[in-house]
Every structure is written in C-alpha cells, then in structure tokens.
Design a protein around this ligand. Structure first.
Ligand code: NAP
Length: 519
C-alpha cells in the first residue's frame, strides 16, 4: 500500500494538490510512499510560526523547554521499533545503522534537555560577566542573548532523516524559536512518521512545529529579518540557497552544513599490529560501512606513510572483503543499499571519476544484486596524493582512497588542506610533538579534530560520531557553519545584544545568575 506523506502546516495536515513524488524501498525498489507540497501557503506557515509558536515558546523558561525536549525524546523513543523498520525500508539501513540515526536523534533531544539546566531559570542568556564602562561602576555593560522573534527553517539532508531534523529542532526549540522542518525527500518517510509522533504527542505548543513533505515553494522568498535558516546538504544546493535575493536583502541568518572530504592520517610512529594501528583500520572500515558510507563525517581520504602503504592495503582490503551486502533486515547483512536510485547513479559515476586518477583495490561500480541500490565497498589507491580529484570529489557512499605521503606532519597537513575545509579530521599517533604540530596545522581547516592513540583506544567513540556536546561543522567546502556544541548550539537562534546603562538596572536585570541545580 502506498502511503501519502502529508505536511503539517498552520495546525493541520495538508496533502499536496500536485503530482506526487514517489519514494521507493531501497532494497526491492517497490513504491513505498508519495508526497507533494503544492497548495501550501508558505507566507501563512511563517506567520503561524512567528505569531503563534514563537510567543508560546518564549512564555516558557529554559527548564520548561528542557522538560519539553526530554518528554519529546521519550515519546519518539517509544516508537523506536516502528521507526527502525521504516528506516530499513526507505533508507536501506541495517538495524545498527538505523539505531545510529534514530537513537542519535532521541539522544540529542535528551542532551539538550540536560543542557537547559546550564541556562538558568530565565528565558534569555547572560553572555559573560558585566563590564564597567564609566569612571565608576555606575555605568555598566552586559551582553545578553534573547530568542529571535521569527521562525527557524530547517532544510535537511536525506542521510539522517531523524537525527538531522531533531538535532536542529532541539537547539531552536530550547532557544525559544519555532521550527519549520523540511526533510531530504529520498528518506522523507522516516521524517514524516516522526513529525506525526511529535504532533500526536501534544508536547509542543501549537505553531512551534511545522513539517513540509516536498518542495519549500516560495518559503525562502518570504522569510524576514527575524527568521533563520539552517541547511544541511550538498555544497551545490547550499550555494544556490545562499544566493537567494530575499535572504540576502533581509540578512536572514544562515547556517550551512555541506560536503566534506574528511581525512584520516596515520602517523609514522604507528607500528603494524599496535593498538593504534588496529584502531585506525577499524575506524576507516566503520566509516566506509556504516550507513553505506552516506555520512557527512565519513573518511574519504586516508593518508598513509609511503612505507606502510602495502600493509594497510592488505589489511584493509581483507577487512572489507568480510562485509556482507544485502537485505538490511537480514541479520547476516552488514551493509545495506544506498538510499535511492539517484544516489546509486551518483556513487557509480563518482567511483569512475576517482578511478581515472588511481586504481580500484576492491569493489567498483559494477552491479552487486539484481535489485536495490547496492554498491560494493570500494577502496582505491591514488596514483599520487597530488591528484586533484581526490580532494574535490565527495563520493557519498562506501568509498575511500589511500593517499601515500612522506610521514611528516607538515606534509600531511598540506595534503589535507587541499580538501578546502572539512567537518572532521582524524589523526593516529602516539608521538605527542608530531600530534601537536599536525593539530595546529590542520585545525584552521576543520571544525573538529580527533586524535587516536594507544592511551584512548579502548574508550574512544569513533570520529564519525557527532556528539551533542561538541561542535559540528567546518570551514570552506564544509559550509562554514557550526551546530551543536552544548549551549553554543542554541545561540544561532538568538540575538546577542549589548545592554548599557545604570549598573543597578543592567546588572540587576541581566547579569549572570547561578545555573539551576541539576534535578
Ligand atoms: P542536497 O541534494 O543538497 O539536498 C539537501 C536538502 O536541500 C534537501 O532537503 C533538498 O530537498 C533541499 N533542496 C534542494 N534544492 C533546494 C531548493 N532549491 N530550495 C530548497 N531546498 C532545496 O543534499 P542531499 O543529497 O540530501 O544530502 C547529501 C549531501 O549532504 C552530501 O553532500 C553530504 O556531504 C551532505 N551532508 C552534510 C552534512 C553536514 O553536517 N555537513 C550532514 C549530512 C549530509 P529534496 O531532497 O526535496 O531535493
């Protein structure tokens, strides 16, 4: 049975009036659902958020909004099994991969409920200590953050239909700003079911949550100076949205999370078979296999000292050979299909372009199964780390390339910088001076650096995992945005204002308070 995905706008579910776009089962290619957003009054959607949702959220303080997020996390978690099934069908995820998205989403909501306790029992934030501005303390200054009186438009990528939508929503709602969520169409079934759960839960005030299944129509053209837009997706789409005349004219706040050619660098001191060596191989394998490589943080470029290349090739290709592709609901399957036919087409074409400047060590672009959007895990070796294609072509699938380098931190950093800005870089080394040099040289090009060593191997979470307490984003190609990072993540939805005046008023009303005690 084909499901019709509806949009939730202005307090009601709306079925599009136009020709529906169809969604397919990623394994069988059967039609699952159809949707279309024609007929929506997008000006009315923005007004509903600004006039109904915003005031209701701003009437709540941080602890109240935090409690709301915690309850929402619980309500969605109750539907975990159903959401995992939908994710397997629509996005082709194995159970493990589905959990990464869905538990990541509910976990991030719960984390923001916890961060609310740092914000104090008010509905604005004091920013740092007050400052004496006059000859005496009588003339005083204090920075504060207040929620914007607009709507947060969230345009999300297809690869994390649950997490991507709810990590953004968590930050906006905690800040006190209503959301309008637009999921990536290819996996909209999962996002739509979550939207239904959110609405049915009744936990959010009316107008705080709207959901668009399909195109955003003229929504961006109607946004105003108090609205913000957070986008996750390809650099190509990001550039298109950035150039929207209305967004530019109204200085609409934009946060862009885009492509990234993340690199893993093996340090020259790491001995084959050592703890750090095994950690390096495990993490590269995980990034290629998890979510079938459709992860913005996945490693695409693997820098290996020239004299270690042969051993890395042998071990990694042997590990990749153990991956079992197939129906993601089959327990024997360790890697499902790509999410859509378009993805399969793009990944095959991308592998072909990479192969023009290197050799395929395993995998390739040949069909893997008779039906479904499958591609084999594909490892390439570059003819040289100088080849441009490996630093600009993000093949969004289970694909990575080995790039030989000299072993010096300076060379590694120079090669990595050719990616022109990444979300996360991972380094594997126990040699602390080497790590220090590499981190300082690579940090300007990264939102996050992850350093693997013998001392943390046993406890570490992998570099591809985005944690709500650490910032996510990156410069240049990665979009130049920043999300999450604990309370930092809500500031995008707020206006910083410097308040100057008599200390009794400025400090008395707006000075920092003790955070609320954890309950
Ligand atoms: P995409 O094709 O750029 O689409 C992203 C979103 O933009 C989708 O919701 C898409 O809607 C929407 N969109 C496209 N054109 C639009 C327009 N003219 N106006 C308004 N919305 C528009 O990217 P994707 O294929 O979904 O995602 C894969 C890409 O996202 C990869 O490049 C990956 O690196 C990147 N990504 C980055 C991060 C990060 O945090 N930096 C995270 C995940 C993914 P439709 O789906 O309806 O076309």
């Amino acid at each position: 049975m084909t499901i019709t995905l509806t949009s939730y706008v202005q307090g009601a579910w709306h079925a599009g009036t136009g020709e529906p776009r169809m969604l397919h089962n990623a394994t069988t290619e059967e039609v699952l659902a159809g949707f279309n957003s024609d007929g929506i009054d997008f000006g009315g959607v923005l007004a509903h958020a600004r006039d109904v949702g915003g005031p209701a959220l701003r009437a709540m303080n941080f602890p109240e909004r935090g409690a709301m997020l915690k309850a929402l996390s619980g309500a969605i978690h109750e539907h975990r099994e159903e959401l995992l099934d939908l994710s397997a069908a629509n996005a082709g995820t194995t159970r493990k991969d589905g959990k990464f998205d869905i538990d990541g989403a509910t976990g991030t909501l719960a984390s923001y409920a916890y961060f609310a306790k740092e914000c104090g029992p008010r509905n604005f934030l004091s920013d740092g200590d007050g400052i004496q501005l006059g000859r005496t303390a009588r003339f005083w200054g204090q920075h504060i953050h207040v929620p914007r009186h607009g709507a947060a438009v969230h345009i999300n990528a297809f690869n994390f239909p649950a997490w991507n939508m709810l990590e953004k929503a968590a930050c906006a709602l905690l800040a006190g700003v209503p959301v309008i969520e637009k999921p990536g169409s290819a996996t909209a079934l999962v996002a739509w079911r979550i939207a239904q759960i959110v609405v049915e839960s009744g936990l959010l005030p009316e107008g705080a949550w709207q959901f668009i299944a399909g195109s955003t129509g003229d929504l961006l053209d109607k946004m105003g100076p108090q609205d913000v837009m957070a986008f996750t997706g390809s650099a190509w789409t990001a550039n298109k949205l950035r150039s929207n005349t209305n967004l530019i004219t109204n200085s609409v706040g934009m946060n862009i999370e885009a492509d990234s050619l993340n690199a893993a660098v093996l340090g020259p001191d790491v001995e084959p078979g050592s703890e750090t060596w095994r950690l390096f191989l495990r993490n590269v394998l995980l990034d290629m296999q998890q979510k079938t490589g459709q992860k913005c943080t996945a490693v695409r470029r693997v820098l290996v000292p020239q004299d270690r290349l042969a051993e890395v090739k042998d071990e990694l290709t042997a590990m990749l050979a153990d991956i079992v592709t197939g129906d993601p609901t089959d327990r024997a399957t360790t890697m499902g299909p790509l999410a859509s036919a378009a993805q399969l087409r793009d990944v095959r074409a991308g592998i072909e372009r990479l192969a023009g400047s290197g050799s395929i060590l395993c995998g390739g672009f040949d069909p893997v199964h008779e039906s479904g959007y499958f591609v084999a895990p594909t490892l390439l070796e570059a003819n040289s780390a100088d080849e441009d294609v490996f630093h600009r072509e993000e093949v969004f699938g289970p694909v990575a390339t080995l790039l030989p380098y000299s072993g010096t931190a300076a060379d590694a950093a120079a090669i990595v910088a050719r990616g022109e800005g990444s979300l996360v870089g991972s380094l594997y080394a126990n040699d602390t001076p080497w790590v220090e040099e590499a981190v300082l040289a690579m940090a300007p090009w990264h939102g996050r650096l992850w350093v693997g060593s013998d001392r943390m191997a046993e406890q570490s979470l992998p570099p591809g995992m985005v944690l709500p307490s650490m910032v996510h984003g990156g410069p240049g190609r990665a979009g130049g945005g920043e999300e999450l990072g604990g309370v930092r993540g809500i500031l995008f939805y707020m206006q910083r204002c410097a308040v100057q005046g008599f200390k009794g008023q400025v400090h008395g009303c707006f000075g920092a308070q003790e955070p609320a005690k954890a309950t």
